[in-house]
Design a protein around this ligand. Structure first.
Ligand SMILES: Cc1ncc(COP(=O)(O)O)c(C=O)c1O
Length: 398
């Protein structure tokens, strides 16, 4: 066996969570311990919500934390009080949670295409989907953190009367309301740019929506003495989707280092793209900024290959070289048997093309120069094997 065969090469992971070190967590954990308050909207959850309220320049009642973004999406849909079985437009190219939230809220996902460049379900795509078809809401996704143009979505809402929610799971730091009306749901999962380990935050300018989500996240129990309902009685069938004080502690510690980390993430992403472009002679494509600009705190690296054969060849080459890859958001929702039975699918040619050509490559803060060079060289070698074009060898200067 040659010295450089896969078995002997150290494994390169796809993602490595970037969680604050214990010394950053400790002061927050001491506050939790001192307060003896561990869940049920404790002081740290309230402090975190107040920080988010400042960032989004909204009154605190328009922000609520949740246990994760999946439950946040489900509760936002429940709080919109759509008729059961409403038809919700979602992109076919997204993480499964976008669709499961719709189904679990009792509605029908209508799977739409995405833009070929930004990989977003845009207001124009939604407008076309409305022609000759009843739609009751849109759940657009900030794909891999790419922000949506909220002014454009507000205009869509005003034109059509159809409410829009943005699944901004990966878009913390990139997606803002930009002075428009809107509802955003962020994930604070361990793999995201602002980790709480598990967690989410709902931001909404829609009157009363975040407060309703907060109530639903606490089983639906009425805690408002002025609501006309007895205190402690059930106002709706909610669930338990509260964020614990321990998760808020991790998130507050993450916020302390967020500015620096987001800049590092952005710089790393740009460097890796440049390295891959040099190594492959510009063979790969990358997600392009949409109308609201680019991703500010990338959490992954997703390359587009010229065709399916080249993607598969690279995937195989990387696996053999002990480098972890992932077909992000694949298969498409429209290609999953469990969902096919319960969704309506529109024509999704761009999403299909993405599902044939995208491959997630390693992206994590501590990736070493040697690991970076190994990934770039392996992709370049696979590209040469697929005979796409003569790509120059990656050099040690990478
Ligand atoms: C688009 C999208 N929606 C929802 C989720 C679910 O987020 P959470 O893990 O916080 O439930 C994810 C997770 O990666 C996602 O990418």
């Amino acid at each position: 066996m040659k010295a450089d065969t896969a078995q002997e090469l150290e494994r390169i992971p796809l993602l490595v969570p970037d969680i604050p070190a214990p010394q950053y967590l400790l002061p927050w954990l001491e506050k939790v311990h001192a307060a003896r308050h561990y869940s049920n909207f404790g002081p740290l959850v309230c402090e975190l919500e107040s920080r988010f309220a400042q960032q989004f320049a909204l009154p605190q009642p328009q922000i609520t934390t949740v246990a994760n973004a999946t439950l946040g999406l489900e509760l936002v849909l429940q709080a919109l009080a759509l008729a059961p079985g409403s038809r919700i437009l979602v992109p076919a190219f997204t993480f499964v949670a976008t669709a499961t939230a719709v189904l679990r809220a009792g509605h029908i996902p209508v799977l739409a295409d995405v833009d070929a460049h930004s990989w977003l379900l845009t207001p124009d795509i939604a407008r076309q989907a409305c022609v000759g078809r009843q739609l009751d809401a849109v759940l657009a996704v900030a794909t891999f953190g790419m922000p949506h143009d909220m002014q454009a979505w507000q205009q869509f809402e005003e034109e059509t009367g159809i409410p829009v929610v943005i699944d901004a799971a990966a878009a913390y730091g990139s997606q803002w309301l930009q002075g428009a009306q809107g509802t955003l749901v962020f994930s604070l999962h361990a793999t995201k740019s602002l980790p709480a380990i598990e967690g989410g935050v709902v931001v909404s300018s829609r009157p009363g929506l975040a407060a309703k989500v907060r109530q639903l996240s606490n089983f639906g129990i009425n805690l408002d003495a002025g609501s006309g309902l007895p205190l402690g009685s059930l106002s709706a069938t909610g669930t338990n989707a509260k964020m614990s004080e321990y998760h808020a502690a991790v998130c507050l510690a993450s916020l302390q280092i967020w500015e620096q980390r987001s800049l590092q993430r952005k710089a790393l992403h740009a460097d890796l793209v440049a390295e891959m472009d040099r190594a492959t002679g510009g063979l790969l494509g990358w997600q392009k900024p949409g109308a609201a600009g680019s991703i500010q705190a990338p959490a992954l690296l997703c390359a587009q290959f010229p065709d399916e054969a080249a993607r598969n060849q690279a995937e195989q080459g990387l696996t053999q070289a002990n480098i972890t890859t992932r077909r992000w958001y694949q298969p498409l929702l429209s290609d999953m048997a469990v969902l096919q039975q319960r969704c309506e699918t529109l024509a999704v040619p761009n999403a299909q093309q993405l599902s044939r050509t995208l491959l997630g490559l390693p992206f994590f803060m501590d990736i070493t120069p040697a690991q970076r060079a190994r990934v770039a060289e392996t992709v370049a070698r696979s590209a040469r094997r697929s005979g796409l074009r003569e790509a120059p060898l990656a050099t040690a200067a990478l």
